[in-house]
Design a protein around this ligand. Structure first.
Ligand code: NAD
Length: 481
């Protein structure tokens, strides 16, 4: 059985506890590996290695750091298919999605930040003829990076690349549910020639390994992506130590379709935004709001398209909907389907475990794409993040009503707006409380733009120079003239 070890100071190390956790393939229910069950001692060793490597790494010229990061991108490209397969087997996601989104994005993350650091500028301020102020930006030291299971390699590299590009060393703690691509990345990082200690990866549960990182006194910065409740715990431990913290948290994103929308685009993209990765993307549009005059037509076409989604073996390239990440998570999602019924909702399609699955995946954690109508915005199903293949659909009567519905949750991560009326699109985009608004599209990502959430969807922004700002500290030098 494959054992996923920690990667500390350039070496693969067993956990101090000597214990391992099972790693399950959600499509089959089989244990496919075991991973280090790490705790505070392992995190201590990783932080010590990162601290030792920091001085030489921060002094490494930007061009050299850039060259090494590009080599990591190339190593990921050379191992593209293996990584796509590992990601699919570990998380249950369709391999087509891993090939189209997860692995290409990991490559882009390294290339993007490798080149971004060659274009950094810092300001200077003249104080009349009395002084010259100039700003320098310096890495902080050891960055703590904590990532979730839904886009494992994509989100891990979204943190590792800018952290080390900016001159920090890092200790990363990937999700204990999906450790395989992080483990492979560690080897590729070593092969690329990144010096030992610059990137360290510690596996294990959030409550032990994760919290050891957020409360470690020698880790001055935490970049966390995960659930809102966990984000509060991260903040509670990092806050008293005055760490710099970036939190990318949950969402309950509205998808607003106006009567003048181009339905040939709005319908298929809304099916994607509802069910891609089994709805396990923080940016999925889980609340559909459709303007009354087209409600019936839109819904008819949306249901028809959803029924055509192929649920099946994630390793089959034609599969659209794979398995949910764990049995416990599927149970949680099914709990929300039951709650929707109690709250007076109508399950239009889905809500059940699919039958007649191929032999290999009969014990997998599958759930049909589910569409629920008839719920008020205040209901729990309309308020809480479900993070599964479940979407609610609600008619609206006016632009003001659509905005009020969109803003009626405590989340504010992303939104989509579908209309041919540009003025309306700009007005609605400005009025929605979310860090990202897509107009007539979904999930189109330019890595330069600020990314993050409002309200309980997060704190801070990452992306482009926002990431490089986060992973460095500004210092002003004032010289009297
Ligand atoms: P999670 O919060 O359970 O876990 C995320 C990571 O935090 C894991 O590595 C976990 O081990 C670790 N962790 C758990 N408890 C911890 C603690 N007390 N201290 C430190 N670390 C701890 O989230 P998840 O279930 O892995 O991921 C799903 C969630 O992530 C959803 O809510 C989703 O919306 C969110 N998400 C947000 C974004 C974004 O960019 N905003 C992107 C992807 C996922």
């Amino acid at each position: 059985m494959k054992r996923v070890l920690n990667f500390i100071d350039g070496q693969f190390e067993p956990p101090c506890s000597g214990r391992y956790l099972p790693d399950v393939n959600p499509a089959t229910g089989q244990v496919i590996a075991e991973l280090a069950e790490s705790g505070a001692e392992d995190v201590d060793a990783a932080v010590a290695a990162a601290s030792r490597a920091f001085d030489a790494w921060r002094r490494t010229p930007a061009e050299e750091r850039s060259r090494l990061l590009i080599r990591v991108a190339e190593r990921i490209e050379e191992n593209f298919e293996e990584l796509a397969q590992l990601e699919s087997e570990d998380s249950g996601k369709p391999i087509a999605l891993a090939r189209r989104i997860d692995v290409p994005r990991a490559v882009r993350n390294f290339r993007f930040f490798a080149t971004a650091i060659l274009h950094v500028e810092t300001p200077a301020h003249m104080t009349d003829d009395r002084a010259l102020n100039y700003t320098i930006r310096q890495p902080l030291g050891v960055a703590g990076l904590i990532s979730p299971w839904n886009l494992p390699l994509y989100l891990l590299t979204w943190k590792v690349a800018p952290a080390i590009a900016a001159g920090n060393c890092c200790v990363a703690k990937p999700s204990e549910l999906t450790p395989l691509t992080a483990d492979r990345l560690a080897a590729l990082i070593a092969e690329a020639g990144i010096p030992p200690g610059v990137v360290n990866i510690v596996h294990g549960p959030g409550a032990s390994a994760g919290r050891a990182l957020t409360s470690h006194p020698k880790v001055p910065l935490i970049s966390f992506t995960g659930g809102t409740k966990t984000g509060a715990d991260v903040m509670a431990h990092a806050g008293p130590l005055f760490k710099k913290v970036s939190l990318e948290l949950g969402g309950k994103n509205p998808n607003i379709v106006f009567a003048d929308a181009d339905l040939d685009q709005a319908v298929p993209t809304s099916i994607q935004s509802s069910f891609a990765n089994q709805g396990e993307i923080c940016l999925c549009g889980s609340r559909l709001f459709v303007e009354k005059p087209i409600y019936d037509e839109f819904l008819g076409r949306f249901l028809e398209g959803t029924k055509k989604l192929r649920i099946g073996d994630p390793l089959d390239a034609s599969t659209d909907v794979g398995a949910l990440v764990s049995d416990a998570h599927r149970g949680k999602v099914e709990g929300y389907v039951a709650l929707a019924r109690e709250e007076g909702g109508e399950i239009l399609i889905g809500g059940k475990r699919p039958r007649n699955l191929p032999e290999r995946i009969q014990n997998g954690y599958f759930l049909e794409p589910t569409v629920i109508a008839g719920l008020d915005c205040g209901r729990r199903v309309m308020q809480e993040e479900i993070f599964g293949p479940v979407v609610t659909v609600t008619p609206f009567g006016s632009t003001e009503e659509a905005i009020a519905y969109a803003n009626s949750t405590r989340y504010g991560l992303s939104a989509s707006v579908w209309t041919r009326d540009l003025q309306k699109a700009h007005r609605v985009a400005a009025a929605i409380d979310s860090g990202t608004v897509w107009v007539n599209t979904w999930l189109l990502r330019d890595l330069r733009v600020p990314f993050g959430g409002m309200k309980e969807s997060g704190v801070g922004r990452e992306g482009g120079f926002d990431s490089l700002d986060f992973f460095t500290e500004a210092k002003n030098v004032c010289v009297k003239l």
